[in-house]
Ligand binder design. Structure first.
Ligand SMILES: [Zn+2]
Length: 316
């Protein structure tokens, strides 16, 4: 039998770059004050504002993860397990190979409380929501700390794609349900001794009897329950309604940890739709595609300041 052969097509560098100019990701050199005015104009002229919130938003609002905060709150964990590469902050410590379930939940109950359940850094979130009060807005967030809900935004307007600090699930994801563990975490917090919780408190999967885990997307066993799919549906409905209208994408503190969820899709939307604008606020990584021209503003600065300044300018 004769093999089918296809003529070899020449791949130009441009094809390799998917048609995007080679020098496209730039820090804009517009003065800060002008950028604030441009961003405020975009928002004033918009009917829809889709907020994309990453870890930088919580940090800008005042959430703490490492340094002195970690030493003060997780000192006993540092003493027991050594500082090493893990016991540095609330992100790295989650990856520590805890020796047993009692130790695992001894740690995670504390992180869930301090990083989400008891966290209250909502003034900046409130200020932002106030500035957008006459817009049709929606929040797409990778944060697990529920600060937008605490700031008063109805849950129907939020899609948290990566889970939250309030729910647990089967560690192997054997069934698509999550369980509110807020009370359980409080009890664990009271009962914790030497970084461990009593064996009687270790949660077990009600279906397979195996261990449970946080409902956070940290491996391929992340459970997307009914609430997750309902939020996804509301998000798609919002986006299909807003797509051909005056839509501004307001990206807040999204870096390169999971750029595939907010940053890259936002860029794709702007690239493919002339009516969509992008405001990217980031402390260090506010690079934007140069080819977007004046359809994008990338403000590389302290985000708490930028948000306050934009909110003030919008009211003017
Ligand atoms: Zn299970």
């Amino acid at each position: 039998m004769k093999m089918m052969t296809f003529p070899r097509r020449k791949i130009s560098f441009e094809t390799f770059l998917c048609g995007i100019p080679a020098r496209d990701y730039i820090y804009q050199d517009t003065a800060y004050e002008q950028q604030i005015r441009d961003a405020a104009d975009m928002i004033r002229n918009a009917e829809y504002v889709l907020i994309g919130a990453g870890a930088g938003m919580s940090t800008a609002a005042g959430a703490r993860y490492g340094g002195k905060f970690f030493e003060e709150n997780f000192g006993e964990f540092q003493k027991k397990y050594g500082k090493g590469p893990y016991m540095q902050d609330m992100y790295s410590a989650g990856f520590y190979p805890f020796p047993d379930e009692e130790s695992y939940w001894g740690y995670w109950s504390k992180q869930a409380l301090l990083g989400g359940i008891d966290l209250d850094v909502t003034p900046l979130h409130r200020l932002l929501l106030q500035a957008l009060s006459d817009k049709k807005s929606f929040v797409l967030s990778t944060n697990a700390d529920a600060q937008f809900v605490k700031a008063g935004l109805p849950e129907e307007k939020i899609f948290c794609t990566q889970g939250d600090y309030f729910h647990i699930q089967c560690r192997r994801g054997c069934h698509n349900k999550t369980y509110d563990a807020t009370e359980l975490f409080r009890q664990m917090d009271q009962a914790r001794r030497d970084c461990r919780i009593p064996s009687s408190m270790v949660p077990k999967c009600p279906v397979c009897g195996g261990p449970m885990d946080m409902n956070l997307r940290k491996d391929n066993f992340f459970v997307q329950d009914d609430a997750w799919y309902e939020a996804e549906e509301r998000f798609s409905a919002y986006l299909s309604e807003a797509m051909d209208k005056k839509l501004v994408l307001l990206e807040l503190g999204v870096g390169f940890n999971t750029p595939t969820i907010i940053r890259f899709p936002f860029e794709k939307l702007v690239r493919e739709h002339d009516n969509i604008r992008l405001i990217r606020l980031n402390l260090e990584q506010a690079v934007v595609p140069e080819s977007f021209g004046d359809r994008a503003v990338g403000i590389n600065a302290d985000m708490a300041e930028s948000i306050k300044d934009i909110a003030e300018e919008v009211k003017r």
